[in-house]
Design a protein around this ligand. Structure first.
Ligand code: NAD
Ligand code: DAU
Length: 336
C-alpha cells in the first residue's frame, strides 16, 4: 500500500520518512509538502533516488493537487504531519494556521473519503488539552481546552477528523504527542534555538520566569508510535504519546549550556509569551497497553545525540541561518 506523508520536509515528517524507509524499505512513500519556511528538502538529502520515495511539492489546501497525488500514486494510507506549528507565529499571524491546520486537514479528509483510503493518521499535539497545574496528566478523555491560535487550529483539525470517522466511517486515528526534540528541528523551537544561540555567542531568551514545564520525547520514539498507530490503531481512537520526561524550561536551558560548555550569563529573561501554557504532561498508557509502545530513548542519550548532531551539522544550521536552504528544491529537483 502506498503511503502519503504530508509535511515530510519538516522536522518530524522528515524523521518519520527516514524511520519508515529503514523499517519498511519496500513500502512506497509519497511526500507532499508545500515547502513553507519550515519545509527543508535538505532534511531528506540522500533519499532523492531511493526507489520507495517520491517527493511532490504541493499544498494540502489545494483540493485538485491532493486529489491528483492520491489518484496518480495509488495512495492507500495517509499520515498528516503538514501544519503550521510554531505557537509564537500563531500569536502574531493566526490566519495561515486556520488555512492549513483546519482547511488543509478538511481537504485531506475529503479526498481520503472520496478515494476510500483505508488508514488515516492525523498527527496532533498535547496542546489541544490546554494547560495543567502542578499535578496530573492529560489522558485521551481530558476535555479539549486549546489556549493559543495554534492549539485551537489543531483542535479544530482533530474535531473534523473525529467527525469524518463518526459520520462517514473514515478510518481515522488521532495521535497527540508532547514536545519532540532531535535532529532536523527548525531553530525557532526551544532546544535548537538555544543551541544555535549559544554556539553563536548570542543571548538565550527565556520567556517569563522560565518555570513552564514541557514533557520531552525523542522524535524517533514519536515516529515509532505514529507507525504503530498507522498499522495497529483502532479507527476513531485517540492515542496520547509522551516522554514521561518533564523539564522546567530554565533547567533545560541550563543543562544545554553545561553540555555546550557555555556560561549561564548568556540567559536573558524576556517578556512572556501571551497566554503561555504553564505545564504539559502526557499519560501515554493507552498506546502502551494496546500496542506495547514506550519511549526507548533516554533523555540522557537523546540529548547527548541531539547536541552532537547540531554540532556536527554546522552546514545544515548555516544554510538555515543564511536562508540558502530555501533554494534546495531547485538544486535537488529542478536542476537534475
Ligand atoms: P514543522 O513546522 O517542522 O514542519 C511542518 C511541515 O509541513 C513543513 O515541511 C512545511 O513545509 C509543511 N507544510 C506546512 N503547511 C503546508 C501545507 N499547507 N501543505 C503542505 N505542506 C505544508 O513541524 P513539526 O514540528 O515537524 O510538526 C509536524 C506535526 O506534528 C504537526 O502537525 C504538529 O502539529 C505535530 N506535533 C509537533 C510536535 C513538536 O514538538 N514539534 C509535537 C506534537 C505534535
Ligand atoms: O507540546 C507539543 C508542541 O510543542 C507542538 O505541538 C508544537 O508544534 C511545538 O512547537 C511545541 O510547542 P511549544 O510552544 O511547547 O514549543 P517551543 O519550542 O516554542 O517552546 C517550548 C517552551 O520554551 C515553551 O514553554 C516556550 C519556551 N520558550 C520558547 C522559545 C522559542 C522560551 O522560553 N524561549 C524561546 O525562545
Amino acid at each position: 500500500m502506498v503511503l502519503l506523508v504530508t509535511g515530510g520536509c519538516g522536522f518530524i515528517g522528515s524523521n518519520f520518512i527516514r524511520f519508515h524507509l529503514q523499517s519498511h524499505p519496500e513500502q512506497k512513500i509519497v511526500n507532499l509538502d508545500k515547502l513553507t519556511y519550515a519545509g527543508n528538502p535538505g532534511n531528506l538529502a540522500g533519499l532523492e533516488d531511493h526507489p520507495s520515495y517520491t517527493f511532490v511539492r504541493g499544498d494540502i489546501c489545494d483540493r485538485k493537487a491532493v486529489g491528483s497525488v492520491v489518484q496518480d500514486h495509488g495512495i492507500g494510507a495517509i499520515a498528516n504531519f503538514a501544519a503550521e506549528t510554531h505557537v509564537d507565529r500563531s500569536i502574531s499571524g493566526p490566519a495561515v494556521f486556520m488555512e492549513t491546520n483546519v482547511g488543509g486537514t478538511n481537504v485531506l479528509l475529503d479526498v481520503a473519503k472520496e478515494h476510500a483510503i483505508t488508514r488515516f493518521v492525523q498527527v496532533s499535539t498535547d496542546e489541544v488539552y490546554g494547560s495543567l497545574g502542578p499535578d496530573g496528566k492529560f489522558t485521551e478523555e481530558t476535555p479539549l481546552h486549546p489556549n493559543s491560535p495554534y492549539a485551537a487550529s489543531k483542535a479544530a483539525g482533530d474535531l473534523l477528523a473525529r467527525a469524518y470517522h463518526h459520520t462517514y466511517g473514515l478510518p481515522v486515528m488521532i495521535t497527540r504527542c508532547s514536545n519532540n526534540y532531535g535532529p532536523y528541528q527548525f531553530p525557532e523551537k526551544l532546544i535548537p534555538l538555544m543551541i544555535a544561540n549559544a554556539l553563536g555567542g548570542r543571548k538565550l531568551p527565556v520567556y517569563g520566569d522560565g518555570q513552564n514545564v514541557r514533557d520531552w520525547l525523542h522524535v524517533r520514539d514519536h515516529c515509532h508510535a505514529v507507525d504503530l498507530v498507522l498499522r495497529k490503531g483502532r479507527p476513531g481512537e485517540v492515542y496520547n504519546i509522551g516522554g514521561e520526561n518533564e523539564w522546567k524550561n530554565l533547567d533545560l536551558v541550563k543543562l544545554l549550556l553545561s553540555r555546550l560548555n557555555k556560561p549561564e550569563s548568556l540567559i536573558e529573561f524576556v517578556r512572556d509569551r501571551p497566554g503561555h501554557d504553564r505545564r504539559y504532561a502526557i499519560d501515554a498508557s493507552k498506546i502502551g497497553r494496546e500496542m506495547g509502545w514506550k519511549p526507548s530513548v533516554s533523555f540522557e542519550q537523546g540529548l547527548t545525540e541531539t547536541v552532537a548532531w547540531y554540532l556536527e551539522n554546522e552546514e545544515w544550521r548555516r544554510t538555515i541561518e543564511s536562508g540558502e536552504y530555501r533554494d534546495y528544491y531547485r538544486k535537488m529537483y529542478d536542476e537534475r
